[in-house]
Design a protein around this ligand. Structure first.
Ligand code: SF4
Length: 214
């Protein structure tokens, strides 16, 4: 598995340059596409704009859910496992009405992987908590309930990308993003105090233990 949390994986990436930038698959909503379930970018576009505008990086956006289900859409969440379990037929993706979206979510994930391979991406920068793009923490069953449950694990598209050997980092992995930024911009010094999502206080308290996919 190739979650990017280990600094050695970041250091193993080739040297980027403005002439030969890293080719980075990006969740559409991180690239400010209005592709969220509600037709917005979840307010994420501006947060990563500076990172994505570095001249040593080319952002290649894609939204697997929009591709397969359209926008706006109902809320997909994984029941009975994570994205790898969905691919293996052990878990399902259902929306808040109980409609089975498994087949479409797998189709969207396949389309994302095909796009990534066609574009020769070297890294994927994806939105955590999503049943498609999540990599560290996702919902455990439907999130639109009174008491939302969480699990450590990956979404369906992320599982397929990891299976194909593509390194994945989430928008909440601040430590790894800082290391990546330092590779992209040698004048940048990573701050010492930033943490990845699995190191945040909330995650350590509510979801202790190792990530099952690292
Ligand atoms: S499927 Fe991925 S790209 Fe699309 S809205 Fe959800 S997190 Fe963003």
């Amino acid at each position: 598995m190739l979650l990017a949390h280990h600094p050695s994986r970041v250091h193993a990436l080739r040297e980027p340059s403005a002439r030969d930038p890293w080719r980075v698959l990006v969740s559409g909503c991180i690239a400010n596409w209005p592709c969220g379930v509600d037709g917005t970018s979840y307010g994420m576009g501006e947060k990563s704009a500076e990172f994505l505008s570095l001249p040593t990086l080319i952002a290649i956006p894609f939204c697997p859910e929009q591709h397969a289900l359209g926008t706006p859409r109902t809320m997909p969440d994984i029941h009975g496992g994570d994205g790898f379990d969905v691919l293996a037929g052990r878990a399902k993706v259902l929306d808040e009405h109980g409609t089975d979206l498994t087949e479409k979510m797998v189709a969207g994930a396949r389309a994302m992987l095909e796009h990534a391979q066609r574009e020769r991406v070297e890294l994927a920068f994806l939105t955590d908590m999503s049943a498609a793009c999540g990599s560290q923490v996702i919902s455990d069953g439907c999130r639109l309930t009174e008491t939302r449950k969480f699990q450590k694990g990956v979404g369906v598209a992320t599982a397929l990308l990891l299976e194909a050997g593509i390194l994945v980092v989430s928008q909440r992995d601040y430590r790894t993003l800082a290391l990546l930024r330092a590779r992209l911009d040698p004048g940048y010094t990573p701050p010492a105090e930033v943490l990845d999502h699995h190191e945040h206080a909330w995650t350590r308290e509510h979801l202790p233990g190792p990530h099952p996919r690292t």
